[in-house]
Write a protein that binds this ligand. Structure first.
Ligand SMILES: Nc1ncnc2c1ncn2[C@@H]1O[C@H](COP(=O)(O)OP(=O)(O)OP(=O)(O)O)[C@@H](O)[C@H]1O
Ligand SMILES: [Mg+2]
Length: 290
């Protein structure tokens, strides 16, 4: 059980005095001419913080993340009101690639990898995006392999033949090769076995702790996200309804069940550990870890 206690967000609150790295205020967004997807989103991520963005299907998590990387125009969507600032830059005036060069990097939902390239070639494409030198790429590859040793074993394999967990690690590793300051992840747990999800979140939490990497992660799997997050934002029907510390949110099981449904309620302490263990054991026979 002790492994589950390592590197959780509890007790590691970054200084509340820090200026936000990301600030989203009064955000509204539409698709096409009139499909209103976001009505009012307020959200901040401070340097060194892990923020979990929670909400049910269709709440607006992906739309919020795409707005943050200025990717909505590619979906025939647009921000119709509000502001998004990353490290003082107006996100809506920057291209997604310019934002990536500034350190705002997103791993889209669905583990996008170049299927015919090897795992290592996929990782290298992340380094090329920021015009890294050969030496920097080699150094960064070793760092990614230290975080995800499984990728080192699989480095010559075609990404398309890798397991779901390995592909998710490859997609995250490629994002890390761009040396982000804020890593934005859309549902990294989707379709993966609980032990794999745990390994991915643990690696992200260690990076957050060792390198101060700020992370904004949208998740339907509230249980795992809440264990590693410092703060929580909940979106309901395109509106942010909760913005508070993860510790406070974990304590308020009534609020969890109100916004996330009874099934998502996080038992705290020992009960939570047991719940996660049971979930892992019951899935172990059905899935391999990677
Ligand atoms: N490309 C699109 N065109 C039109 N409407 C869209 C598009 N993408 C999303 N929507 C709508 O916007 C709303 C928010 O969707 P979004 O994908 O942001 O939710 P989500 O919280 O990420 O949901 P999920 O948990 O299912 O991923 C939904 O009503 C959805 O139907
Ligand atoms: Mg989504």
């Amino acid at each position: 059980m002790s492994a589950l206690r390592v590197n959780t967000g509890e007790g590691r609150e970054p200084s509340p005095a820090s200026e936000p790295l990301l600030r989203v205020a009064g955000l509204e967004a539409v698709y096409g001419a009139s499909i209103a997807a976001l009505h009012h989103i307020d959200l901040t991520v401070r340097p060194g913080e892990i923020v979990a963005l929670l909400g049910s299907n269709g709440a607006g998590k992906t739309t919020t993340l795409k707005a943050i990387s200025n990717l909505l125009p590619a979906q025939r969507g647009k921000v119709s009101r509000g502001e998004i600032h990353f490290d003082g830059h107006d996100v809506l005036k920057k291209s997604p690639s310019a934002l990536a060069r500034l350190g705002l990097v997103q791993v889209l939902e669905g583990r996008h990898c170049f299927r015919t390239l090897s795992v290592e070639e996929n990782l290298i494409t992340g380094g090329l995006g920021r015009s890294s030198s050969r030496r920097e790429i080699a150094e960064d590859l070793e760092k990614v392999y230290a975080i995800f040793p499984r990728l080192k074993e699989k480095r010559k394999s075609r990404a398309g033949l890798a397991s779901g967990g390995e592909q998710q690690m490859t997609a995250i590793g490629r994002a890390l090769m761009t040396r982000p300051r804020l890593l934005v992840l859309d549902e990294p747990s989707m379709g993966l076995a609980p032990l794999t999800v745990q390994a991915i979140f643990k690696a992200l939490a260690e990076l957050n702790e060792s390198a101060g990497l700020a992370i904004l992660v949208a998740e339907q799997n509230a249980a795992v996200a809440l264990r590693f997050a410092h703060r929580v934002a909940v979106i309901e029907n395109g509106t942010s309804v909760v913005n508070e510390s993860a510790a406070e949110f974990r304590r308020r099981s009534d609020v969890q069940s109100f916004y996330l449904g009874g099934g998502a309620t996080i038992a705290s302490g020992e009960a939570g550990e047991v719940l996660l263990q049971q979930q892992q054991i019951s899935n172990k026979s059905a899935h391999s870890t990677f």
